[in-house]
Design a protein around this ligand. Sequence first.
Ligand SMILES: [Zn+2]
Ligand SMILES: [Zn+2]
Length: 62
Amino acid sequence: MVCATCRKPIAPGATYVRCSVASCNTGRMKLRFCGRACWEAHVPTARHRNASFVEETAPTTA
Ligand SMILES: [Zn+2]
Ligand SMILES: [Zn+2]
């Protein structure tokens, strides 16, 4: 699992940010971000109108 903006790996057990928009969480491309700054960079490129982010913890088992 890597950040969709900066491509940094998101380590197991690390806190990451997920986009609240449904289309970003379905299909092959499940977007994950290493932090709020990378999510904020994603919002204008995805043209979201009402977007928020959800902080989650990456699972420690693959
Ligand atoms: Zn990032
Ligand atoms: Zn999104």
